[in-house]
Ligand binder design. Structure first.
Ligand code: CXF
Ligand code: ZN
Length: 379
């Protein structure tokens, strides 16, 4: 293991907030104990990459290697790694699954307490430690435990899932973040049942993945809410059955419209935008007694959700947050991949664009303009 050497390869470095990524040669250090170095096969763009690329306030930090939705092959492993070997196909996941802590051992949670989720610029097991340097010897920061906008990257073994190498990489990689987050929120966090009525606020990639999950769980009504009327047609391909344009609700709050449509509220509401006032709307139109509202969207740091305390007391509703769809990466991703292979889970329709890694800045523009669902970049 001590014979492992740094690898020189290409990476798209985010040097300044909001500025085009720079294609550079960088050095990727060997994996330390409990780490693996992987060669990225392909990576997709997720909206969180845009969020952190634009961000000017902490936890922003530059220069950084973004990217966290990907698939790769293990190039080498550090000491104490027994779970994977060189040549294994793996999905990186930003949510760790150590398998050992109270939370990983409980079926009720996916929030590992050995490596509590935070948006850190470092490797999870070693504070202030990066595996990336530029050719001037300067440190490049990590992102979400993955940093896949590089031909090679280093991950903690808690952040990789070994998968079957025969699955098409451009489809499998979607389960590394976005599709898992949405499908998981319906399947694991909400536990949507057959015949349920579901409302999805925001029909971006995550909202569409929630629709796909709700469809798989047998929901009979899937109501999409968005301000862009074109989203209804898109949504229909993902199982959306009805559409509400919240911009043209005729002066009625959107929650009132939903309460009328559903005769007193939906079984499950999902907030997929990242707006605390939309969380309030969602909570206001899930059914009293058993309605559940799930939040997936990322609002500005420090924003507050305001709920009326007697409404909360009188109505018996549930409000839950969902990170990575409540999925335990190592046990649940293989199940979703099986459901893809058996043609139940449809992944193909999420991939609207595929291009070369070199063209990553064009891919950013497509996502910024709302022109793509998932754009897969081949290394
Ligand atoms: C997000 C979830 C919330 C914090 C930042 C990352 N996940 C993936 O895109
Ligand atoms: Zn993501």
């Amino acid at each position: 293991k001590s014979s492992l050497k740094p690898i020189r390869c290409k990476a798209a470095v985010s040097r300044k907030a909001g500025e085009p990524l720079v294609m550079e040669e960088i050095l990727v250090a060997p994996p330390q104990s409990y780490e693996v170095r992987i060669r990225i096969i392909c990576t997709a763009l997720c909206h969180s990459d845009i969020t952190f690329w634009k961000l000017q306030v902490p936890p922003a930090c530059f220069p950084r290697i973004l990217g966290h939705e990907a698939i790769g092959v293990v190039e080498s492993v550090g000491e104490n790694v027994t779970e994977v070997v060189e040549g294994d196909t793996v999905l990186p996941t930003f949510m760790p699954d150590c398998g050992d802590c109270v939370d990983c051992k409980s079926p009720k949670s996916n929030l590992c307490s050995s490596f509590p989720f935070k948006v850190s610029p470092w490797m999870p097991r070693y504070e202030n430690s990066s595996r990336f340097t530029d050719l001037n010897g300067n440190t490049l920061f990590h992102f979400l435990n993955v940093s896949s906008f590089s031909e090679y990257t280093v991950l903690d073994v808690a952040n990789v899932v070994k998968i079957d190498s025969s699955i098409p990489p451009s489809r499998a990689c979607l389960l590394s973040c976005g599709v898992s987050t949405g499908v998981g929120a319906a399947w694991k966090t909400a536990q949507v049942e057959q015949g349920s009525t579901v409302v999805i606020f925001g029909l971006g990639s995550i909202g569409l993945a929630v629709a796909e999950g709700a469809r798989l769980c047998g929901a009979s009504r899937i109501i999409g809410v968005d301000i862009n009327p074109a989203k209804f047609e898109v949504g229909q391909k993902f199982g959306v059955t009805e559409f509400v344009n919240s911009k043209t609700c005729e002066n009625k709050p959107v929650s009132e419209v939903i309460n009328e449509m559903t005769g007193g509220g939906a079984d499950y509401c999902f907030e997929c935008v990242g707006s605390s006032s939309l969380v309030q709307d969602a909570y206001a139109c899930c059914r009293k007694g058993w309605g559940k509202t799930i939040t997936l969207g990322v609002d500005r740091p420090g924003s507050q959700i305001c709920l009326n305390s007697s409404d909360v007391l009188h109505n018996g509703k549930t409000l839950m947050g969902s990170l990575f769809g409540g999925l335990k990466a190592k046990s649940h991703i293989p199940i979703l991949l099986k459901r893809y292979m058996s043609k139940e889970l449809e992944l193909d329709k999420f991939v609207t664009h595929e291009m070369k890694f070199e063209d990553i800045n064009d891919a950013f523009q497509l996502l910024l303009d709302g022109k793509c669902i998932r754009c897969v970049l081949w290394m």
